[in-house]
Design a protein around this ligand. Sequence first.
Ligand code: A2P
Length: 348
Amino acid sequence: MSKAINVAILGATGAVGQEIIGLLESRQFPVKKLKLLASPRSAGSKLSFCGEQIVVESVTDDSFSDVEIVLASAGGSTSKEWLPKAVAAGAVAIDNSSAFRMNPEVPLIVPEINPEAAANHRRIIANPNCTTILMGMAIWPLHQVEPVKRIIVSTYQSASGAGAKAMAEVKAQAKAILEEQLPSTEIFPYPLAFNLFPHNSPLNEQGYCEEEMKMVNETRKIFDAPQLKISATCVRVPVLRAHSEAVNLEFDQPFPVARAKEILSRSPGVKIVEDWQANYFPMPIDATGKDEVLVGRIRQDISNACSLELWLCGDQIRKGAALNAVQIAELLLARNWLKPSISAAVTV
Ligand code: A2P
């Protein structure tokens, strides 16, 4: 067991922040002192950790003086504002936002895929986008055996990706619609209950949205495969907290389905869920609250002998965010990588 350390959670009151608190407790992360940080809106509220009620504090310049690891999940602008201060105070930051992910000095880590890349951190380590993590978990073990040439992915993303308020909004919309009222929208641009829409992040000149380009660029960085061909279509669906993805993988030669199943069945963090007789495959309700990415419908693409099709579901808040971040913290402790090997902090 590693020595206990002081941990802060920035965004502790959010959907991911609260999951991180639960994971630190259930995984017995060696916490000496836990500091819960959020906006002034939640200062003074209390959250429970290991039987103790901890008062949430508004983040300030002094928040990080005695902190060794800060797990941040309060959005990109909050990370950009506060993580340089946390790092300057001597903390190592594990950031869930997209603020630093593509910074070449910042490792982008999925512990089951590229743990070694965390060794050279400069005090900020980024947690990838949720859809990217879930897809990578299913593809990486196959890619190790036979490099993937091209990935075509369509996502079915839950409300939780937009935070706790978005989840509450979908519930309120569903209630309003069932009561024959007009649903109101605040977080999402359109009603999500009983509806779906292409992911509403900004579009580039090629017609891809930011979320889709995160899947492209982040997967290439994590896999260290800058030329990997990827095309993504991201869609928000009225599911509360687990994402689903339909993935088509093209290889240089046929990849036998039985071999793919055998590889995935022994891959950490992946669970094959398939009952072809019963037509039972991964569903968001089964993935909710689970650590593993559930993978099923693994089949040969009838239109291309060198391609496989698969379907996956994973808890967006857990492996897609909070669990992956806590696993990165565990990795730093287990490998004794808390102190950066390169002394200068990341240039931000
Ligand atoms: P608060 O609850 O005080 O607004 P989610 O992604 O589920 O919406 O959660 C966002 C998290 O980020 C919440 O804990 C929220 O705190 C926190 N947060 C948002 N803006 C700020 C900010 N400017 N400073 C600190 N924390 C923030």
